[in-house]
Design a protein around this ligand. Structure first.
Ligand code: NAD
Length: 480
């Protein structure tokens, strides 16, 4: 996979996260000891293991990093990519700590990675490799319902999570909570409705919440609602695809650009996200997609004129080499770390509003939390309440209709209203409601700091202040 071309003097991803952390703690009153305790990564485990494939022994390198255990289990995805390395995994684990604190899911921060290009191996080989990696982590309790719970990330999805869960079960045959050892599983293997699209859905909810505040919208030199906004998205994978699909189909956004690893598509009239996705699935590339201009230099489209830029692929893509040229007034970081610390300075000076990663892509971990709770409670959300709720609603509708008939009022409830009102909330509705509530609440806590403190000028610093404050409070409560 092509790595983002960063400036030679730019710090690493891990240092970039620390620079942003340091900028925020400089505005806080933490003891130097506590500050250091929160910043450092507690442990990183590196494993090299062999798998016999295609008649030979192949050695793979994997990592699992735990940034903080102020709450347990620690939580964070597992990434499969050839670019995976320790610095990246540690940066991502740190972001998980701050993200979980910001959206108030009760976890420490962790992340894992396997250095592999999944496209090099067939499904059966991937299963052998994934199971072996999982085995190495499980036997050291680095996958465990009470201690460390992975989830999907770049290059992994529900297929890998199902293999990991099954591997854990084979090794812990009497653990009644084994399903809770990993989230993002398929629905028929202990998963939850709405998890696959949760991160993209969270990006949509984050933007909706942002656009509820005209003051914030004006800060990004925009006006009005999401309807008609021109959006460029980078990465049409799990996160980018769902975010772009929902924003275009449900909020009236026009997806004018899609950047993928092999180029970019542009159409001023707007691209049909589903059609592009199906094209990629069928042809393995965006090349040849009809009714759009194709550019071989995909990353150049990051600099094009648009209202909202959604980097949803990988870290470091907006850096010192292109930050000055970015025209989008609003960036929402669907990926982790797409804007380097240096680029962040440049963009802030230009007045670009950035909705930071630790908030923007928190939908995934939020719904993972719901899945974990579901697995531990061994019951689907809504199973007990749904019909009771429906019968109460039915009573109200019957009473209204009876009153109308008795008094000769001639009232009739519209069939659409009745149908919607009478339907009790199932798991998907409850997951969406919990996700929406979480995204709204977290945004409000950030914007309060952004607007109320004279020394805070951006949402990222505000997000760090909220989350570091919560992690610090949790450490203090433990007597540290
Ligand atoms: P994914 O593997 O499903 O999709 C990544 C997409 O980016 C792919 O379509 C790939 O072709 C494309 N891509 C790769 N390199 C590219 C490049 N140089 N230029 C343009 N496109 C490129 O991964 P994902 O799960 O959607 O994750 C994307 C980002 O979102 C990552 O930063 C990840 O950490 C973050 N994230 C994911 C989740 C989740 O639930 N999956 C949750 C939170 C954050």
């Amino acid at each position: 996979m092509a790595l983002a071309q960063t400036h030679p003097v730019e710090p690493s991803f891990r240092d970039s996260v620390d620079i942003m952390f340091n900028r925020a703690v400089a505005l806080m009153d933490l003891s130097p000891g506590l500050e250091e305790k929160i910043r450092v990564c507690n442990a990183t485990y590196t494993v090299r293991f062999g798998v016999r494939l295609r008649g030979g022994l192949h050695t793979f390198t994997g990592y699992r990093s735990v940034h903080s255990e102020h709450m347990e289990p620690a939580k964070g995805g597992i990434r499969f990519a050839p670019s995976v390395h320790q610095d990246e995994v540690e940066a991502l684990a740190a972001l998980m700590t701050y993200k979980c604190a910001l959206v108030q899911v009760p976890y420490g921060g962790s992340k894992g990675g396997l250095r592999i290009d999944p496209r090099d191996w067939d499904e059966h080989e991937m299963e052998l490799i994934t199971r072996r990696f999982a085995y190495e982590l499980i036997k050291r309790d680095m996958i465990n319902p009470a201690q460390n719970v992975p989830a999907p990330d770049m290059g992994t999805g529900e297929r890998e999570m199902a293999w990991i869960a099954d591997q854990y079960k084979r090794m812990n045959t009497t653990d009644i909570n084994s399903n809770a050892c990993v989230t993002g599983k398929p629905i028929n293997a202990g998963g939850i409705q709405g998890r696959t699209e949760a991160t993209g859905r969270g990006v949509q909810y984050a933007l909706r919440e942002f656009f509820r505040y005209p003051q914030d919208v004006a800060a990004a030199k925009l006006s009005g609602s999401l309807d008609g906004k021109r959006v460029i998205v980078q990465g049409l994978g799990n996160v980018g695809y769902h975010a772009a699909k929902f924003l275009s189909e449900e909020d009236g956004c026009r997806i004018t650009g899609i950047i993928e690893r092999d180029g970019a598509l542009y159409s001023e009239a707007g691209l049909n996200v589903e059609d592009v996705r199906q094209w990629i699935v069928k042809h393995g590339s965006i090349k040849g997609f009809p009714d759009a201009a194709l550019s071989d230099d995909g990353a150049a489209l990051l600099e094009a004129d648009c209202d909202i830029l959604i980097p949803a692929a990988l870290e470091g893509v907006i850096n010192m080499t292109n930050a000055h040229s970015i025209q989008a007034p609003l960036i929402i970081e669907a990926a982790n770390g797409p804007v380097t610390a240096g680029a962040d300075e440049v963009l802030r000076a230009k007045g670009t509003v950035i909705i930071p990663d630790m908030y923007a892509n928190a939908g995934g971990v939020t719904v993972s939390y719901f899945e974990w709770v579901k697995n531990l409670s061994h019951i689907r959300f809504g199973r007990m309440q749904r019909r009771a709720e429906e019968s109460r609603h039915q009573m109200l509708v019957d009473e209204l209709e009876r009153l109308s008939a008795d008094k000769g009022l001639g009232w009739t409830l519209s069939p659409g209203f009745k149908q919607q009102y009478l339907r009790g909330a199932g798991e998907l509705e409850l997951v969406r409601s919990g996700l929406d509530d979480t995204m709204r609440g977290a945004y409000q806590s950030m914007r309060e700091v952004w607007h109320d403190r004279a020394d805070v000028h951006d949402l990222r610093t505000a997000a760090y202040l909220v989350s570091i404050g919560r992690v610090a409070a949790s450490y203090r409560a433990k007597g540290l």
